[in-house]
Design a protein around this ligand. Structure first.
Ligand code: COA
Length: 326
């Protein structure tokens, strides 16, 4: 049995923050941001919005596409590094907002690879026969965890959410073909938020030094990302006995256009087969892959029968991929 994606959904907050506005906030330029990252604008939540609100909005659209009621859900998994609370889980908040009273709910934290990890876990609950309707969500409010005085990070991130509903596939040809998860905790410190956990609670010093915000060694992350994404893409092809020509669409994590282009080149995929949203969304961490996927599905670019390769890379370090037959 395979797990198929029966519906997708996404949500973006209304407020658009452009590179031009950032030019007035920190010592940066539209030219620098565009040429180094491909980002032109990103979305920022309103004062009353939290991650679960974004997650529930994307979830409702995925349920609607699949014609499934929230009460039918067996499990809700939310991938996020920007939860509503330290505890309880954001998934529990989503359950409450949706009225999905039957569902179990928990969060997964694998940074920008979170959606790939969550999809892989959701798939196992379906193929193991335990559950029939599993909602997998990636949702982030990174704007509240970014140091808006640090030009090396604040220009990169945005807020948003994406969701996918997993169901058992009656058609053996359709659904998740394989998932590939990797992690290397030795490189934990090149992309992280130092304070806010048990190792460094948030105190006056942490707040003064903004240690509860994203810290990144961008150059190092860039190099590892290109290498590891190239490796995992090879792994997907090899394990499935496929060639580059068998991939119809690449839905990459949207961190940086140059990283995306490197992976597309590795796959010998023309850029029209690559779903790009980084220019409009920035890096929305765990939300970026399901956001891009939903856009490609709703616009009719991804069609039944297409082989779609999802991939992501992020803090942890973590990286991974999923191959899906649409
Ligand atoms: N505007 C203007 N100048 C900036 C800037 C900004 N927003 N951010 C950094 N700079 C400056 C630096 O201060 C540095 O100046 P210096 O040479 O005078 O010291 C210069 O630009 C080069 O910095 P560097 O960090 O080497 O740039 P880069 O070419 O590596 O690009 C990133 C920076 C962040 C765009 C790039 O490293 C990257 O995309 N890394 C991967 C990040 C990522 O994907 N993270 C998420 C993974 S999930």
């Amino acid at each position: 049995m395979k797990a198929a994606i029966a519906g997708t959904g996404s949500y973006l907050p209304e407020r658009i923050l452009t590179n031009m506005e950032l030019e007035r906030m920190v010592d940066t330029s539209d030219e620098w941001i565009t040429s180094r990252t491909g980002i032109k604008e990103r979305r920022i939540v309103g004062p009353d919005e939290a991650t679960s609100d974004l997650a529930a909005a994307a979830a409702r659209k995925a349920l609607e596409m699949a014609s499934v009621d929230a009460e039918e859900l067996d499990l809700i998994i939310v991938a996020t590094i920007t939860p509503d609370f330290m505890f309880p889980s954001t998934a529990g908040q989503v359950q409450r907002l949706l009225g999905a009273h039957r569902a179990a709910a928990f969060d997964i934290e694998a940074a920008c690879t979170g959606f790939i990890y969550a999809l892989s876990v959701g798939e196992l609950f379906i193929t193991g026969g335990k559950y029939n309707k599993v909602l997998v969500i990636g949702a982030e409010v990174l704007s509240r965890f970014v140091n808006w005085e640090d030009k090396t990070t604040c220009v990169l991130f945005g807020d948003g959410s994406g969701a996918a509903l997993l169901v058992p596939s009656e058609d053996e040809e359709r659904g998740i073909i394989s998932t590939h998860l990797h992690s290397d905790g030795r490189m934990w410190d090149i992309l992280m938020a130092p304070a806010g956990g048990s190792r460094m609670p948030i105190d006056e010093r942490a707040i003064a030094q903004k240690l509860n915000t994203v810290k990144m060694k961008g150059n190092e992350v860039f190099k590892v990302a290109v290498t590891k994404l190239s490796e995992v893409v090879d792994e997907v092809l090899q394990e499935n006995g496929l060639g580059e020509e068998d991939i119809d669409f690449l839905v990459p994590h949207q961190a940086n256009l140059r990283i995306i282009q490197a992976t597309a080149k590795k796959l010998k995929l023309p850029m029209e087969k690559v779903i790009i949203t980084v220019d409009r969304h920035g890096n929305t961490s765990a939300a970026s892959v399901p956001l891009a996927l939903d856009e490609a599905v709703r616009s009719g670019r991804i069609k039944q029968g297409d082989r779609v390769l999802l991939e992501a890379f992020g803090g942890g370090l973590t990286w991974g991929a999923a191959l899906v037959r649409w």
